[in-house]
Design a protein around this ligand. Structure first.
Ligand SMILES: Nc1nc2c(ncn2[C@@H]2O[C@H](COP(=O)(O)OP(=O)(O)OP(=O)(O)O)[C@@H](O)[C@H]2O)c(=O)[nH]1
Ligand SMILES: [Mg+2]
Length: 1138
């Protein structure tokens, strides 16, 4: 196969109907990159002998060493099928969960995907995850069941067994798609139903319907994988073969004379061939017959494998000649039978043909983009498509047309930025000279030679009589010109050297993008729209016709840039392009300063930003980094910025403590980020802290039975007293703690008193809050815009329904008298207004609701109105860092049961001025001598003014306003600030009045292990406090699947340890799953004689929670109560006592 030239590719890019943008998705190690190799080798980019060994798309060194893909990368392939030519933009993606964000960036740019499943392992957790992602992006999947050779060679299954096994895998994967699909159909039905409900003339009887009918009506056949639909290929990427059943249907229809269409329908399934009647019959199993698939397909492959593995020369010869293949002597004599096998199979059933023709037949071209997908891409958050400005709505047709005409608006989506070595850019690479260039150079050399000759002649002439000076004059300029040229040439060389050196050290960022409409051209000016850009807002300021070349006013989240370079992505190589038409994947250079991670580019300001990518992984592993040499700090900071840009998922932040922190998705991701930082972006030596493990703080219900180990009531009191002692200096007033945990506390100026109680939320509610944090954030935004009386954008009915459902669910999960009306009294969520903690109000005279957006509450002005934000802020602060180790809270409900403001407070809030009130103020202040003594002069002087004696004449209103302001900011600072601090303290004390617990982040993992290593896997799990949830045997194999949960804190090195202990037979993938309460009390100390005996004085060897808590406190520089000298009496000189 010859290499396709760039010109050819450019030609193909223009034929939109022949383009297929696809990605390969699968669980880790199921063979994506190997499959990509096979497809690439069909284009001659790599040799077919190396296909599967090279792993061409894994261009990074660490990818090759570890054998896993860490980034998604694209390559364009040319495929000819019949008289049709296709351009296939193929994206290989990683399967390791740590890099699942790379999968998100890939699926956004594609129209279809190849799901690869290992024939032995079947559907794995990541397979489900990628199917879900494909589903969320509305892209169509096809299936490749890979590693078929393992069924023959490793598992040694018979063809019949293999058939049953494959059937099961198909069932599994269809079950996953089915689940996704069903929920969607039901949702759509429900939507239709609510719409029809709104239509008044629906007959009441129609409202009852059978849910299942929805499923039956919809044609879902294209969604399921079935060989007879042509969307399944059976393959072995390593051995280079693959087939869809139509190949065999065609073959056998000729051989046995059966209609190919019938054979295609029956080749997969419970059918057998009645040899006597030459008819295909149903029900193979019941009659003990061989299914067609076994007879016609698997038997052949099995016998070929057998022949080659046993080196049965005769049989091989027979097969090869009957198939009409020609095998080279080198392969057939090779010591490794696999090579021979590969040579035969890849000629007989070339995998690239099978897979690529399936892709071209079954996956859509960019022209087939559905209206549903377009609307989903265009609507961010709670907005509906109808609420977008009309100019924006018009762009939908541009998406659907995917037109490459000059008039079509350009719309491009950048899904990630990736760094390449500047040396690898096409214009920095040495390239072979073209014929014209060679001719040009030859011409130049000739001329220079001629000039030299002429100069020599001139010199000769100058030695002649001066009568011929004229020719000398003619010669000289030539000479100097030559010198000049030389000089400038040298200068060029040196500058280019300098430039090259600079380029050597530089990373260049390229945007990984796709054109959805129009033609992008090199040097074109275009708008860069950030994720928060709002076309409605900018269309007020700009006309929809304006272009990026105009001089425009500043619009938030929008900037203009020039597309400096366009590239064809060819795996490890890049090729320069002048323009790229709609429907293609491309690389764009020169966006480094405009795009951080992803963006939308358009020539029209009416274009909305695309919906953000769906990231499945939660970044959870954080480390602090610092340079080994402090002077390298600036490089490190720059490097971290670059790293942040180059990775879709990593988070880079500077903590309040001043540490530079990297947040990554897992250990492997962390390692890759650190390597990148060290070797590419910062190029300095760095030291890395131990992973910072996140915890959550919560409270539990006090135990009903006071057991010895659970004497929490007393313990807690000790803790509270202790804490109070610590904080004595900060808060002069005492706090009141009731026996049932109600904390009453006043602001420092005594103007307001709060009573707060903390109660644990039911687990289910916490989970609900966590799951719906996006929804809560949307609610918050809606409420804010309602409160500000802004023109609210039309809210998606779906979002409103979701909010209603959320509210309903909360009500359901907060039953009983204790929680009566609780849902309606929710004041706020926290921390950051969307977290898993609730603030309730439970006092008279106040009404406010987070459900405002549902229209359930009216705005009401009360005396509390002006300061309620302070209370909410105090709550937010308290939930952000708890009293145990300043970690965020989770699953706690705070109820404000009393909020008293004495008259001054009220006056401050309502702004009423009454002289009587000021007396009261004075009276109060006189009472509190300590307060008075600490009063600033200002306040005192104000009070004197109030007495009306020697005051400077002022208008009465002015004085009183002045007074109000000053009292707002008395010696304790602004009143609102005091309220915030008091609320925060109240929450903290309320927490401490209850049994506190730490919550640990938990990973889930699925480990596949054979029976021999099972014991060791359990040993490692239990050592690390893991808990096995489930253990089952994979049918047909001797592999056990163990599902377990493991605290994140104990997970570092877990995968490595398992791999080592099981000699590489088991390798788990850890996925963040949930937070779990650590049952032991971190404040527990042995108190009774028995406990001393049992646990010893220290006792913290047993107390996991305390260990965690102290570690966090130490890290944060907080006070840790621990003994420094443990066994003082035992200190002695060892040598003497020996
Ligand atoms: N027996 C057998 N092994 C295969 C086959 N295809 C791939 N492999 C092996 O499976 C391992 C993983 O292959 P990769 O192609 O790197 O898998 P991947 O899906 O790209 O892995 P990630 O990118 O890390 O998710 C390699 O050792 C391959 O040699 C196959 O058809 N048969
Ligand atoms: Mg790979």
């Amino acid at each position: 196969m010859v290499l396709t030239s760039v010109e050819k590719m450019v030609g193909l890019q223009k034929k939109t109907s022949g383009i297929r943008n696809i990605c390969i998705l699968a669980h880790v190690d199921h063979g994506k990159t190997t499959l990509a190799d096979c497809l690439i080798s069909s284009n001659g980019i790599i040799s077919s002998r190396l296909a599967g060994k090279l792993r061409y798309m894994d261009s990074r060194e660490d990818e090759q060493i570890r054998g896993i893909t860490m980034k998604s990368s694209a390559i364009s392939l040319h495929f000819v099928k019949g008289d049709q030519e296709y351009l296939i933009n193929l994206i290989d993606s990683p399967g390791h969960v740590d890099f699942s964000s790379e999968v998100s960036t890939a699926v956004r740019l594609c129209d279809g995907c190849i799901i690869v499943v290992d024939a032995v392992e079947g559907v794995c957790p990541q397979t489900q995850a990628v199917l879900r992602q494909a589903w969320l992006e509305n892209i169509r999947p096809v299936l490749v069941i890979n590693k078929m050779d393992r069924l023959i060679v490793e598992l040694k299954l018979t063809p019949q067994e293999a058939y049953l096994h494959l059937k099961k895998i198909l069932e599994q994967i269809n079950a996953v798609t089915g689940a996704l699909f069903t929920s969607k159909v039901l949702e759509e039905r429900a939507e239709k139903e609510t719409e029809s409900e709104r239509v008044p003339d629906t007959a009441p009887g129609d409202q009852i319907y059978d849910w299942s009918t929805g499923l039956e009506d919809t044609d879902d056949s294209h969604l399921y994988f079935s060989p007879d639909h042509g969307n399944v290929v059976f393959a072995s990427a390593v051995d280079g073969w693959g087939f869809g059943i139509e190949h065999f249907a065609r073959l056998y229809s000729q051989k046995i004379g059966i209609n190919p269409a019938i054979l295609l329908k029956t080749l997969w399934g419970d059918y057998y061939l009645n040899t006597k009647t030459k008819k295909i019959m149903k029900g193979d199993q019941s009659k003990g017959k061989k299914p067609l698939f076994v007879q016609f397909v698997l038997d052949n492959i099995w016998s070929l494998y057998e022949a080659v593995m046993k080196r049965d020369k005769e049989k091989i010869e027979k097969i090869v000649t009957s198939l009409g293949l020609r095998i080279g002597a080198r392969e057939s004599r090779h010591a490794d039978p696999k090579v021979h096998l590969n040579a035969i199979c890849s000629q007989w059933l070339p995998i690239s043909d099978a897979v690529l023709s399936m892709v071209c037949n079954k996956l859509p071209s960019p022209l087939d983009i559905t209206a549903e997908r377009v609307e989903k891409l265009m609507c961010v958050g709670a907005k509906t498509f109808e609420s977008l400005p009309p100019e924006t709505q018009e762009l939908k047709s541009a998406f659907l047309k995917c037109s490459s005409e000059g008039t079509a608006p350009v719309i491009v989506f950048v899904s990630k930025m990736f760094a390449v070595d500047a040396k690898a850019l096409p214009h920095n690479k040495p390239r072979p000279l073209t014929q014209e260039e060679i001719a040009h150079r030859r011409e130049l050399a000739k001329r220079r030679h001629a000039e030299k000759l002429a100069a020599n002649q001139g010199r000769e002439l100058s030695e002649k009589p001066p009568s011929e000076n004229s020719s000398e004059a003619a010669g000289n300029p030539g000479d100097t010109k030559g010198e000049e040229e030389q000089l400038s040439g040298q200068a060029e060389i040196t500058t280019s050297k300098a430039l090259k050196q600079e380029a050597d050290n530089k990373e260049s960022f390229i945007a990984f993008a796709r054109v959805f409409s129009g033609v992008v051209q090199r040097g074109q000016k275009i708008f860069v729209l950030g994720p928060k850009y709002d076309p409605a807002e900018s269309l007020h300021k700009l006309s929809s016709q304006c272009s990026a070349t105009d001089d425009l006013p500043l619009v938030p989240h929008m900037s203009c840039c020039t597309l400096e370079n366009l590239y064809l992505l060819m795996g490890r190589e890049l090729e320069d392009l002048e323009e790229v038409p709609a429907g293609n994947v491309l690389g764009i250079g020169g966006l480094q300063d405009f795009v951080l991670k992803s963006a939308t580019l358009s020539t029209s300001p009416a274009c909305p930003p695309f919906t953000p990518l769906n990231f499945e992984a939660t970044p959870i592993v954080r480390v602090a980094v610092e340079p080994k040499h402090p002077s390298d700090m600036p490089q490190l900071v720059r490097g971290m910025k670059l790293l942040n840009q180059a990775d879709p998922c990593v988070e880079v932040l500077i903590q309040e403590t001043g540490e530079h922190v990297l947040v990554t998705a897992g250990e492997v991701h962390l390692q890759r980020c650190l390597d990148d930082l060290k070797e590419r972006f910062a190029k300095v030596q760095i030291s890395v802290s131990a992973p910072i493990i996140p915890f959550r703080e919560t409270i539990t219900r006090p135990p009903k039975v006071d057991m010895v180990n659970e004497e929490i009531g007393k313990q807690q009191k000790v803790a509270v007293i202790h804490q109070a002692k610590e904080d004595q200096n900060k808060i002069p007033e005492g706090i009141q703690v009731d026996s049932d945990g109600l904390v009453t506390i006043s602001t420092p100026n005594k103007q307001a008193t709060l009573s707060v109680r903390a109660v644990p939320l039911p687990e289910e509610v916490t989970r609900l809050l966590e799951e719906n944090s996006d929804l809560i954030r949307t609610m918050e935004q809606l409420n804010t815009s309602l409160n500000e009386d802004k023109k609210t954008h039309e809210v998606n009915q779906k979002t409103l329904d979701r909010i209603k459902e959320f509210k309903h669910k909360l009500e359901q999960n907060l039953p009983g008298r204790k929680w009566r009306n609780a849902v309606d009294q929710i004041w706020s969520f926290g921390p950051r207004k969307c977290g898993p903690n609730i603030l309730l109000y439970n006092f008279e005279g106040y009404k406010r609701s987070v459900w405002q957006c549902l229209g359930s509450a009216v705005k009401e002005l009360t005396k509390y109105r002006d300061f309620d934000n302070s209370i909410v802020s105090g709550f937010q602060l308290a939930t952000l860092s708890g009293p145990m180790c300043e970690e965020p809270l989770m699953g706690v409900c705070f109820t404000v049961e009393k909020w008293e403001m004495n008259k001054l407070g009220e006056m401050l809030s309502t702004g009423s001025q009454d002289s009587g009130e000021s007396d009261a103020v004075e009276h109060k202040q006189n009472e509190d001598t300590s307060l008075k003594s600490s009063c600033t002069d200002e306040v005192c002087s104000v009070n004197e003014h109030q007495d009306g004696s020697q005051s400077i004449p002022k208008s009465p209103e002015k004085t009183s306003r002045h007074k109000g302001e000053v009292l707002l900011a008395d010696c304790y600072g602004p009143f609102s600030g005091q309220l915030i601090a008091t609320m925060k303290e109240a929450c903290r004390y309320a927490l401490q009045a209850k049994p506190q617990r730490l919550m640990a982040a938990m990973y889930t993992c699925e480990i596949m292990a054979t029976a021999e290593v099972l014991g060791r896997v359990y040993a490692v799990l239990s050592k690390r406090e893991g808990r096995v949830l489930q253990e089952e045997m994979k049918e047909g194999t001797d592999v056990f699947i163990i599902k377990a949960v493991l605290p994140v804190a104990e997970s570092f090195g877990f995968a490595d340890e398992i791999r080592k202990r099981t000699s590489g037979l088991a390798s788990p993938q850890l996925v963040f799953s949930h937070w779990e309460i650590i049952s032991s009390d971190p404040f527990w100390v042995p108190t009774t004689e028995e406990e001393y005996l049992h646990f010893g004085e220290k006792a913290d060897s047993e107390n996991q929670a305390r260990k965690y808590m102290n570690a966090v406190r130490k890290r944060k520089g907080l006070y840790v109560e621990e003994k420094i000298v443990e066994h003082a009496e035992k200190q002695r000189t060892l040598s003497r006592n020996k």
